[in-house]
Design a protein around this ligand. Structure first.
Ligand code: FAD
Ligand code: SAM
Length: 652
């Protein structure tokens, strides 16, 4: 991903690539008001909107002037429980510094600008979701080319801001592909407006189903276009992968039950509570973080990839989203610390990444051994990756902070193991060991990590347990100098309470949680390989073992629970390669969802997963791209097997 290359002319950003200004120096605000607000009738539509959400999509985020002005009107005119989803596509985003400088021009928009700048960071391609003003505004910046990004959007767009540079200079923003995607995403009553009055744009939008009007422009522009979607869709109901689609009914009751009080369960609860839900969690242990989410310290680091893949997009977006959530949860950084982090070249793959990954001030920078040693406070002998925004996390405190943030909207029942659940009288009945029903709900989320596979409804998920043991090393004078997490396959964290956490073993298909001497030894050997003589074996004072939930593709499983029997029936001949549109959309177990498979990175992956899950449950616009949603979809293993006519494996 490249940032915008700007020239500053009299304090105003100018694009030399497109030989055009981002906004008019004298009338920028007026022009946005005229072209985008007035001609989409947003004053009236915001004030009269009876829906929980309103969706705007913009081609060209630029410096975000349209966003700031729209946000201001939304905050003034909408109801407090309504949410504006503002999707904006941009292939060369501004750096935070450039955005700040551009926003200096509009002191009247400072409040919204500051809220955005506090979070703004777009350092990787794909969707980036920013929650602003307590959930009243969600900006989803889609970093990438318009033709690649629009097909990834899944949201019913109410108003389009078509704001590329002039069509003659920026034809890609006004192509047939773009108009056909605008058609796909529009519904009766969707509107658009744009500065341009070019004939090609007018024809493109007419063909895309809009009634188009040429009206008076403003400033230097004599004319502009506006219009309303009046057509029937040409591609209605044609999904490229119908088995991952969901015909969601609206949910009325704002209450849910969750099994598991780890990071997946609590972040799911938090995302729902922010949407006005009451949540009850059932936890087998005697506290939150009783299992994998209960280590004293952990790290939050990005997972880089040189491939452009859905997994890579997910992990980058999730990493930045997690950092924003932590910032929102704990501004003072008492339950996390943004120390930055270092990645040592512990495999050929990582060594190649360090050599080839594009450097980025926010995501990853290459440091030589001297620079790395100086930054880390301990001797490092290799060229490394430095992740400037990475953090140390204190998992139990994070869980406690979330519990506090949810107040009376959350109730947790500890020491309460759910043995089974079944759908009776249109509700999920949660049962204890004695097969007694202890709760009933319309909406049930499984956040029970690897143990999710014990429930018949999820036995097709291919979840595997992977035991991991951390070792605690007594800090010494030299080791106390370490001031950021270092990852080397395993990891070493800065001293906390005179102890360093070092981990972790990875034993697949092992769910035992006894401490093992052999795993202390392997943790010690691992550290000693990279930091000779920093510790001796006798410095190990304690350990903790718990179990990760691992999926075959190492991506979490998040979404609605497929109806196993119906999937086998509906997609039995998928291996024959019939066209996708011949198949029905997926059928699911009503109100049943899952959020698990967070493997070794739950503190990075859970927040965005939970936001996706909550948006799915509430039938709202989604914070991730279509390919990311598919990559996380709970039916993916089933579908992969059906495509290969493979044997469907289920856990016993
Ligand atoms: C040794 C080790 C080190 C790690 N280090 C890091 C790190 O530095 N950074 C990072 O991001 N990630 C790290 N991870 C991974 C991270 O801990 C996990 O990805 C994350 O904790 C998973 O969260 P979870 O909520 O899905 O699972 P869990 O935290 O395991 O929560 C699941 C909960 O469900 C409960 N439960 C299960 N079944 C039932 C039932 N039937 N009824 C009621 N309750 C039930 C369990 O008691 C448990 O509390 C590490 C993992 C391990 C093992
Ligand atoms: C006129 S500016 C947008 C101004 C913006 N709406 C605002 O309110 O500040 C046009 C934007 O379109 C972006 N753009 C141009 N071609 C693009 C493409 N092919 N894909 C995505 N964005 C593109 C440019 O980088 C630029 O930021």
């Amino acid at each position: 991903m490249n940032y915008a290359k700007l020239e500053w002319r009299d304090g105003q950003p100018f694009s030399s690539e497109f030989d055009d200004v981002y906004f008019s120096a004298d009338h920028g605000v007026q022009e946005t008001e005229h072209v985008f607000i007035q001609h989409n009738q947003l004053h009236q539509r915001f004030a009269e909107n009876g829906q929980a959400q309103f969706v705007i999509a913009e081609t060209g985020f630029g410096c975000g002037l349209n966003f700031l002005i729209t946000a201001k009107h939304w905050l003034e005119q909408s109801e407090i429980q309504q949410c504006l989803y503002y999707y904006s596509i941009e292939n060369t985003p501004f750096t935070p510094e450039d955005l700040r400088q551009a926003h200096q021009s509009w002191p009247e928009l400072q409040l919204i600008s500051e809220a955005l700048l506090e979070q703004y960071q777009v350092a990787s391609a794909g969707f980036h979701c920013f929650d602003l003003f307590n959930g009243r505004l969600k900006l989803v910046l889609m970093a990438g080319d318009v033709e690649a990004m629009l097909p990834q959007l899944q949201a019913p767009v109410d108003a389009w801001f078509l704001d590329g540079f002039a069509p003659g200079r920026n034809p890609k923003m006004w192509s047939e592909q773009v108009f056909s995607q605008i058609n796909r995403l529009s519904h009766k009553g969707s509107t658009f407006s744009t500065y341009t009055s070019a004939g090609t744009v007018k024809r493109g939008l007419v063909n895309a189903g809009f009634s188009v009007q040429k009206v008076s422009g403003t400033g230097n522009k004599r004319h502009m276009l506006k219009g309303e979607f009046t057509a029937d869709h040409t591609s209605a109901g044609h999904f490229s992968q119908p088995w991952y689609e969901l015909n969601q009914q609206s949910v009325n009751k704002k209450s849910a039950c969750i099994i598991g009080a780890g990071i997946a369960g609590l972040s799911s609860a938090w995302a729902l509570v922010k949407r006005g839900y009451q949540v009850q969690i059932f936890e087998a242990g005697d506290q939150a973080g009783a299992q994998a989410s209960g280590n004293p310290v952990g790290m939050l680091m990005p997972r880089l990839s040189l491939q452009d893949s859905a997994d890579a997009e997910f992990y980058s977006s999730a990493y930045f989203y997690a950092l924003r959530c932590l910032q929102q949860l704990d501004h003072q950084q008492s339950c996390w610390q943004q120390t930055g982090g270092i990645q040592l070249p512990c495999s050929e793959r990582i060594r190649k990444q360090i050599a080839d990954y594009p450097q980025d001030k926010a995501l990853a920078q290459v440091l030589n051994a001297d620079e790395a040693s100086q930054l880390a406070g301990v001797q490092i002998n290799e060229t490394v990756h430095h992740f400037p925004l990475a953090a140390c996390v204190f998992p139990r405190q994070i869980l406690q902070q979330m519990i506090k943030a949810m107040g009376g909207a959350l109730h947790i029942r500890y020491n309460c193991c759910i043995e089974s659940f079944s759908f009776e009288n249109q509700q999920w009945q949660l049962k204890n060991q004695q097969n007694e029903s202890i709760a009933a709900t319309d909406c049930l989320i499984l956040a029970s990590a690897w143990q999710t596979r014990r429930f018949a409804q999820f036995s097709h998920l291919h979840l595997q347990p992977a035991r991991g043991q951390i070792s605690l090393f007594r800090a010494n004078k030299q080791s106390k100098e370490l001031n950021l997490p270092i990852s080397f396959g395993g990891y070493l964290l800065p001293a906390n309470n005179q102890q360093h956490v070092c981990g972790a073993s990875f034993e697949l298909d092992d769910c035992d949680t006894e401490i093992r001497e052999a795993e202390h030894q392997s943790n010690f050997d691992d550290i000693s390989h990279w930091f000779k003589d920093l510790f001796s074996k006798s410095d190990i004072t304690a350990g903790r073992a718990s179990v990760r939930a691992v999926t075959p593709d190492r991506v979490p499983v998040v979404g609605p629970a497929p109806d196993y029997t119906q999937y086998l029936e509906d997609y039995a001949d998928l291996y024959k390669g019939r066209p996708a549109h011949k198949y029905p959309v997926g059928r699911y177990l009503p109100g049943l969802y899952v959020n698990t498979g967070h493997g070794a990175r739950g503190f990075s992956s859970a927040f965005l997963s939970s936001e996706l899950l909550a948006a799915t449950i509430c039938n709202q616009a989604l914070p991730v791209s279509k390919r990311v949603r598919y990559a996380l979809h709970p039916a993916r293993f089933l579908i992969r097997s059906l495509k290969k006519r493979g044997k469907i494996k289920r856990a016993q």
